[in-house]
Design a protein around this ligand. Structure first.
Ligand SMILES: Cc1ncc(COP(=O)(O)O)c(C=O)c1O
Length: 338
């Protein structure tokens, strides 16, 4: 499978000793927040495969979608700029009602924070669409692609979160990387019992579950949903696993995987005061900075389960999937805690 080398790899596996002691588990963190600068986080691993495919097909434009503060859209836009591709981002925004049937409207100046500011910095064509249009995002992206084609462009559509069978290979490869690190003696050189990470579109979970078993890195994976529900993700992750296996037939059965929605909070992007308090506590015990949309919720779930004894005696690998710009976009919510 063609792959561009875009990320800073391998990312370190570190033990946050004080936090690990506080939680009373053997906790390790895979620092995928350190895969890059503004292009960093978990999405770059998927984009190494997806953008290689786009270039191989001779495309000059990428189209993708996400929430207004999408980390995936920002990573795509940043890498597109580096590769000389045009990026069209269709971003869901709750205040937009009339978006011209999914054509989209321009963001307002006061919305230019966090990821959205970075999208514009790197020259992306940003179009805000309504939640109703976002429900038919596949069609909206296809229509955008047709319009671009009519103008002579060669568009490549990347699904939400970069989560399809090809993108998920980025996390199969991430598990190969972990296996090489364990072989070299990192983290005591022994496999983990369980991998925990934030789940928003299912590709990380699918790839990591396949790679964890193929490379003998961990027996179990727990995907912490930050939106939707268990049924939705069981179907979505299951489909992506099958797509990836058809692309890489040597992959066997995935590690045992579960979706946990206990930490998703009130809504996508909306956290509880306790979740934010835990994020701050975690940062102060470890220097690890999580975000209130993805990693903060996932780590909150992990923390709750440490307290319930679920991880007693287990070696836990938490994948820090990035998302810092999403924290910076929520400064006013966070400021209530200081
Ligand atoms: C920071 C961060 N962590 C985790 C995820 C979840 O990854 P996935 O979309 O592969 O489920 C995302 C994106 O959705 C993200 O932006």
């Amino acid at each position: 499978m063609k792959r561009l080398l875009l990320a800073n790899l391998p990312t370190p596996i570190q033990q946050p000793k004080r936090l690990s002691d506080l939680l009373g588990v053997d906790l390790w963190v895979k620092r995928d927040d350190a895969t890059g600068g503004p292009e960093g986080g978990n999405k770059i691993r998927k984009l190494e495969y997806l953008l290689a495919d786009a270039l191989e097909q001779g495309c000059d434009t990428v189209i993708t979608c996400g929430g207004i503060q999408s980390n995936h859209a920002r990573a795509t836009a940043t890498l597109a700029a580096a590769l000389g591709l045009k990026a069209v981002l269709l971003l869901r925004e709750s205040s937009v009602e009339n978006d011209g049937e999914g054509v989209g409207v321009e963001p307002a100046p006061d919305q230019l924070v966090g990821n959205l500011l970075l999208d514009l910095m790197v020259g992306a064509d940003v179009r805000l669409i309504s939640p109703a249009s976002y429900l038919r995002r596949g069609e909206v992206m296809r229509d955008a692609a047709d319009l671009l084609r009519a103008d002579g462009a060669k568009p490549y559509v990347i699904p939400e979160g970069g989560s399809n069978g090809l993108g998920a290979l980025g996390y199969v490869e991430a598990m190969a990387e972990v296996a090489r690190q364990l072989d070299a003696g990192v983290a005591g050189g022994r496999p983990f019992d369980v991998i925990v990470h934030a789940c928003g579109s299912g590709g990380t979970a699918a790839g990591a579950a396949l790679g964890a078993s193929h490379y003998g890195v961990a027996g179990e994976l727990q995907a912490m949903a930050v939106c939707n529900d268990v049924d939705y993700f069981e179907r979505k992750i299951g489909t992506i696993i099958e797509e990836s296996r058809s692309l890489m037939p040597e992959l066997g059965a995935p590690a045992s995987w579960t979706v946990d929605e206990s930490a998703k909070g009130p809504a996508y992007g909306v956290s509880t005061p306790l979740q934010r308090a835990r994020m701050i506590e975690a940062a102060q015990w470890s220097g690890l900075v999580f975000d209130p949309v993805y990693t903060g919720k996932a780590f909150f779930g992990l923390w709750e389960q440490c307290e319930s004894g679920r991880f007693d005696g287990k070696r836990v690998l938490f994948i820090h999937t990035g998302g810092l710009p999403g924290l910076l976009a929520q400064a006013s919510t966070m400021s209530a805690h200081f």
